[in-house]
Design a protein around this ligand. Structure first.
Ligand SMILES: NC(=O)c1ccc[n+]([C@@H]2O[C@H](COP(=O)([O-])OP(=O)(O)OC[C@H]3O[C@@H](n4cnc5c(N)ncnc54)[C@H](OP(=O)(O)O)[C@@H]3O)[C@@H](O)[C@H]2O)c1
Length: 297
């Protein structure tokens, strides 16, 4: 049985990914962060269980301090350093293994394109940006995978959009208001939202693992980004509720500060050009088809 090592295995994406990979016949083993001992790594001290990484077929790296929290100087430092240090530690260790994995898949975000790119269609060949804090984080995160790439390991940076499933992330946060009929657009609602259903994301990561031509940056977003207004309308319709309660941008900025500007109010229309070119087919390419499924996941 082929071994796949997963960091962030107990998180929102990790749990679903582990189940999916096991259903495909892989033996999935978690590498825990922030501790010391067997099958662990500690980004801050540089400890990693190197033997555990030998002879794996793939290493998939999801771990990082949660982004959806109030950004203070301390939390921002944790968000950045957990990714920069953790990814570099892993990539440098993989590069020195006797039997390295065939592929190293490392999470990243669509904020690698910044957060305010109105009237642009963004693909993997578009200019990247370090605008905003998440732009800086994504850039450092991807750069930290370089030691693995330079050692000849096939390395993929999965630039992920808003992951939709009722079990976690943005949808879980929004659902209570929408279920009460209190949902609606955020800000003008004209900003483009690039999203992916959790079920399609785990299928895409599995596809990347099994498809040797997949390398470098790969956008993990559905082929049909929508305006935030349309997203709110379809979500309310799927729940059979009205969506007349807009939230002004000043209110989300007041509640969430800079994070609101770079997430809820971000204007990014990203397309999955590399995934589609490699032959990957989305189960739910449209928001109308995705939301009923996402509400069950
Ligand atoms: N959800 C989204 O919409 C979305 C969109 C774009 C990118 N991403 C990225 O995809 C990855 C997985 O997302 P997710 O939603 O599954 O995140 P999550 O539920 O917050 O899980 C992240 C995992 O990271 C580990 N972790 C938490 N704090 C850490 C710290 N301070 N240092 C090191 N590791 C830490 C934990 O691993 P253990 O399980 O080992 O405890 C946790 O399970 C994250 O890096 C996230 O930024 C997510």
């Amino acid at each position: 049985m082929k071994r796949i090592i997963l960091t962030g295995a107990h998180g929102f994406v990790g749990k679903a990914l582990q189940g999916f990979l096991e259903s495909r016949g892989y033996q999935v083993e978690a590498l825990r962060s922030r501790s010391t001992g067997k099958a662990t790594m500690n980004e801050a001290t540089g400890w990693i269980d190197r033997d555990f990484l030998e002879n794996a077929f793939a290493v998939i790296h999801l771990a990082g301090e949660p982004i959806a929290q109030r950004w203070t100087a301390k939390t921002k430092n944790n968000i950045l350093e957990s990714r920069r240090q953790g990814t570099r530690l892993l990539a440098e260790t993989l590069a020195r293994l006797q039997n390295p994995p065939s592929v190293f898949v490392s999470m990243s975000g669509i904020n690698r394109y910044g957060y305010h790119r109105p009237n642009e269609i963004l693909t993997e060949t578009s200019p990247t940006s370090t605008a905003g804090f998440l732009g800086e984080v994504s850039s450092a995160w991807e750069d930290s995978t370089q030691p693995a790439h330079q050692s000849g390991i096939r390395t993929v940076n999965v630039r992920t959009g808003v992951v939709l499933a009722a079990s976690g992330g943005a949808l879980k946060t929004m659902l209570p208001a929408f279920k009460l009929g209190l949902g609606g657009r955020i800000g003008s609602g004209k900003q483009m939202m690039s999203w992916i259903r959790l079920g399609d994301l785990v299928r895409l990561i599995g596809w990347i693992v099994e498809t040797p031509q997949c390398q470098g940056p790969i956008n993990a977003v559905s082929p049909q980004p929508v305006t935030q207004f349309k997203f709110a309308q379809i979500l309310a319709k799927t729940l059979h509720r009205p969506s007349f309660c807009p939230t002004p941008s000043w209110a989300v900025k007041l509640a969430l500060g800079q994070m609101a500007e770079e997430t809820l109010l971000a204007d990014l229309a990203v397309l999955p050009e590399a995934a589609t070119a490699s032959g990957f087919v989305f189960e739910t390419p449209s928001i109308e088809s995705a939301l009923p499924r996402a509400l069950q996941e």
